[in-house]
Ligand binder design. Structure first.
Ligand code: NAD
Ligand code: UGA
Length: 435
């Protein structure tokens, strides 16, 4: 099968590489010439474990290539996948569909009769229908099908999530669309991954509902963590106990500084707007959004309290600034709210993150960047863990404490145990655990 993928971001690049690995012939088109240059010279524009090897193997095999020119690849493909961004629109929280509709305009003149156009991007209910309407206006001369195929991969484990999905979801209303999408995912259905065909509106809404539900689980356990601290319970024990019930499940019950990332915040917000517009507000989801925004602010207050109420003249050593481990993505990272609040209160910040990119430096002005955890600790008063990178688990806490001026450890990801931290001489503050 010949596929044209529009967008070489986290979803486009991973999906293009994985489809190529199935054996399909994929051209990945991105508007950003720097991104395409990097890819053509073997440099990865994003950090995603395993992606460099997967791309290298498939480029060598001639199954995937990268370009900024879409005319030829669209002409030659029976399937065009849209994996462009749908960020939050500034000011009103709706999904910004301008990249989607621009892409639709760009591909329209080059589509073949019988082409299938499928959105991988997360798009509000009704977008497939609107794409179809626009394409019918632009190309009344051809038959085509528009499908919705929302992507459920997570950054940091994207290749595994793509290759071993809990399900593949396809919204489709035509035999031609179903035929092509079935063929596309044949390599996965052959190894028993469920490929579910549903109405396009159901697929579009299911993507938002899934992200909102997961965000709700995280916010739920974060509120229970606050309660644990007041009542002397341990949130991990509570999470393990409730998660053992198969109806609840153990995942997404790790308390922390609030969820971030390119998707939960924007998708929760877009679902709230869609529901308000439909005059059926999702009040539970509205609370999730509010709880998560307040959580990040309350984390800054908690750090200040752990520092004895005063941050002026103090140095905070920060481990991890990305929104989660195994990614360089800074979008909506809790660090972007928490660290500026600490700076406003007079703290100096020294930070180390294994993969934080230029983005992090630009978005967190005034931070001193260190190239190792030990270096960040030098002379610091407070050690703050914001992202649970694996390499932080094996750090020598005693050596870290000795390098510091102070003895406060605020562990917002519960990476350490109270015993280990206290043995190393720290005054330890975790999330949802008795201190
Ligand atoms: P991204 O910002 O990393 O990448 C989008 C890419 O599209 C950019 O490289 C941009 O240059 C390119 N682009 C924009 N317009 C284009 C056009 N007309 N032609 C060619 N390229 C164009 O975005 P992302 O994180 O990959 O997200 C893409 C979509 O997938 C979003 O709707 C998002 O909600 C959804 N999604 C993301 C994830 C994730 O983990 N990041 C997971 C599931 C779903
Ligand atoms: C999330 C979903 O998990 C994916 O299924 C979905 O495809 C994707 O959004 C998307 O639509 O883009 P992602 O944002 O990559 O994936 O990362 P998650 O692992 O879901 O984490 C999101 C945030 O929640 C992170 O800030 C993470 O630290 C936080 N989180 C997650 C917790 O605080 N506790 C948990 O138990 C789990």
């Amino acid at each position: 099968m010949k596929i044209c993928m529009l967008g070489a971001g986290y979803v486009g690049l991973v999906s293009a590489a994985c489809f190529a690995d199935f054996g399909w012939d994929v051209v990945c088109v991105d508007k950003n010439p720097d991104r395409v240059n990097d890819l053509n010279e073997g440099r990865m524009p994003i950090y995603e474990p395993g992606l460099d090897d997967l791309i290298e193997r498939n480029v060598k095999a001639g199954r995937v290539r990268f370009t900024t020119e879409l005319a030829e690849p669209v002409k030659q493909s029976e399937l065009v996948l849209l994996a462009v961004g749908t960020p939050m629109r500034r000011g009103n929280g709706y999904a910004d569909l301008s990249y989607i509709f621009e892409a639709v305009e760009e591909i329209a003149p080059h589509l073949n009769d019988g082409a299938v156009i499928t959105t991988k991007s997360t798009v509000p209910v009704g977008t497939s229908r609107e794409i179809e309407r626009r394409l019918r206006e632009l190309r009344p001369d051809i038959d085509f099908a528009v499908c919705s195929n929302p992507e459920f991969l997570r950054e940091g484990s994207a290749i595994r999530d793509f290759m071993y999905p809990d399900r593949v979801l396809v919204g489709c209303d035509s035999p031609r669309g179903q035929e092509v999408m079935e063929a596309l995912y044949k390599p996965l259905s052959l190894r028993s991954a469920p490929v579910m065909f549903v109405e396009r509106e159901s697929a579009e809404l299911a993507k938002y509902a899934a992200n909102a539900f997961l965000a709700m689980k995280v916010s739920f356990i974060n509120e229970i963590a606050d309660l644990c601290e007041k009542l002397n319970a341990d949130v991990q024990q509570v999470a393990d106990a409730i998660g053992a019930d198969k109806r609840i499940g153990p995942k997404f019950l790790h308390a922390g500084p609030g969820y971030g990332g390119s998707c939960f915040p924007k998708d929760v917000s877009a679902l709230i707007r869609t529901a308000r517009e439909a005059e059926t507000p999702v009040t539970l989801v509205e609370q999730v959004d509010r709880v998560n925004n307040e959580r990040k602010i309350s984390m800054a207050r908690r750090i200040q309290a752990a520092a004895g109420g005063e941050l002026r003249g103090k140095t905070v050593a920060v481990l991890g600034v990305t929104f989660k481990p195994n990614t360089d993505d800074m979008r909506e990272a809790p660090s972007l709210v928490i660290l500026p609040m600490l700076q406003d209160r007079g703290a100096e910040i020294r930070a180390y993150d294994p993969e934080a990119s230029k983005d992090a430096e630009e978005q967190l002005p005034g931070v001193t960047w260190c190239d190792g955890a030990m270096k960040a600790c030098g002379g610091a008063d407070i050690l703050l863990v914001l992202t649970e990178w694996n390499e932080f688990r094996a750090l020598n806490l005693k050596a870290m404490k000795n390098a510091m001026r102070g003895d406060v450890l605020v562990d917002l990801r519960n990476v350490y145990t109270a015993d280990a931290a206290e043995d190393a001489g720290f005054t330890y503050h975790a999330v949802g655990r008795p201190t």
